[in-house]
Ligand binder design. Sequence first.
Ligand code: SAH
Length: 634
Amino acid sequence: MFAAITTTATGARSLILVCQALPATLWLPETVASTVDLPADLAVKTYSGSLKAVVAQLWPAQTGFIFALASGAVVRLIAPLLTDKATDPAVVVVDDAGQFAISLCGGHQGGGDRLTQRISQLLAATPVITSAAQQQQLPGIDVLGEPFGWQRGTGNWTGVASAIARGEAIQVIQEAGTTLWQQHLPAHHPFQFGWPEVPTPASKTAVSPQARVWISPIQRRFDVEATMPKVQWHPRVLWVGLGCERGTSQALMERAIADTLRLRHLALAAVAGIATLDLKADETGLLALCQAHHWPLKCFTANELRSVPVPHPSPVVEQAVGTPSVAEAAAIRAAMAIAPPSTSAGDCPVKTAENCLCITKKVIREVGEPGAVTVAVAEANGEYTGRPGQLSLVGTGPGSLDQITPAAKDALSQADAIIGYSLYVDLIRPLLRPGQIVEGWPITQEQQRAERAIALAQWGLTVAVISSGDCGIYAMAGLVLETLQAQGWDGQTPTVTSYPGISALQAAAARVGAPLMHDFCAISLSDLLTPWPVIEKRLAAAAAADFVIALYNPKSQKRTEQIAIAQQLILQHRSAETPAALVRSAYRPDESIIVTTLGDLLDHPIDMLTTVIIGNRSTQLYANQLITPRGYRL
Ligand code: SAH
């Protein structure tokens, strides 16, 4: 929940767009609300009296505040309410004119830096972000694991962040979870991975680390007196296999799990979920336990469990429920069901059904508590993110950054991962933020790109698949949806949202006047995916029907004949004088524009970066502009 607060009419006008996009509730003094034209669908609240009291009242429940106020006033308003950076909400200040967006506090864990980036994109404002990690193009150490659902453990977070800010070397010991983040760091980052090898003359001269980051299911206790600051992230890799008698209380299960983990120094925060026998799917205490911890409950049939080899099979259990093991077998099955979509930590061996059980079963009873619990714990190769995945199909327009919609920019800055053809990824690089997983792919391999994006989204990430122009026009959107369809997608997981972009035909048309003012069509001359006879048929039909024609993919190094055939087919229905345009790399630094005629089309260079526009029978050429009459002046 976001609150956008201002005391002036100009401030309100700056915040309207932000409120609609986030969405956020707009807070205004009663006296100002009546002076501003507010959209009907906007959530608006008015107040009279002290703003300080309003902010204090809103403070505990909001994820973020956006103030259009002087920053000094905001500092005074929030100063008494701040507690610590782990719990404070994001606070962003926008100046009255909407030129700057300042991340004031709650920058990392409160999400203030990201919110600031979003807002500045929405308002075309300059983001002012002062955190050191941002300057170094690094993900904040206290938000590093958020995309993967890792839980922040104990440690001296400020100490480690300060060491990073000072540019000191940081040791990272990663014993679990994806190492994807390591592959997307800037070239000069401060992290040293793993333990140093046996000292060699070279390693002796290496900079010695001044702070340590653990990424592990193990809960380490750090000496508060130690000079080296340390922190720990806990990827959710542990599956607790649980069996219980009917009517066992939630409290007993809770203590049994906590005690079992503590004995082996495993973090409760590293628990991914609970696994059990399907007969227990309605066990009240178990359901309450899972709900309280946001743990998924994985239920297996006796048949699924009986085939799992376990260290402690029990004939008694087998007789009662049809499988010799519940806790151990369910833990192993749940852990083995998680296949990480990307490389996992190199510091620990791959888990198999034979070695993933890290705690064998224990039966726990307590005097005075009804019931009994059996607990076993297995470690998976990949983490459970606990996040619903999202796919954003983003059109990044013809080339320059100012031709991308604010909504598309917003989707890019929100994404955990960006996937696209490397040329297009490079074009939007200035819009990306530190810590994003950015995968530029070769021009072919569209199917692999789609599969990769889907796999990351199914794992829980927010993934932006980018295409130039519009994502749904000769681009990735269709392929992603077809691939989802082939996988039996339920329409919801992951969610899919499209962000339209300016397509090449619009961009090219805008550069040469108004050729698309009457009925038009797009035809791709690439016969890679469409048989050539089909393309010829469409060209002839479009020419006969007098459509203005935009030709995509007109010519490549290997495919040179098609454009000549297209010209001949169209010439059968239109005069050689018909105005035409060749627009190459529209809105990119190497843009070139040639206005010509259908007859002279081939006298000019044409390649894969060109869109060809051919006018209809009434298209005129005037002052180097193609004008297709709509009919107003006839
Ligand atoms: N999804 C894209 C089209 C991809 S097909 C869109 O909606 O624009 C690739 C073809 O698009 C190229 O061969 C070229 O014909 C055209 N194209 C893409 N970007 C262009 C640009 N900036 N200028 C001119 N043509 C472009």
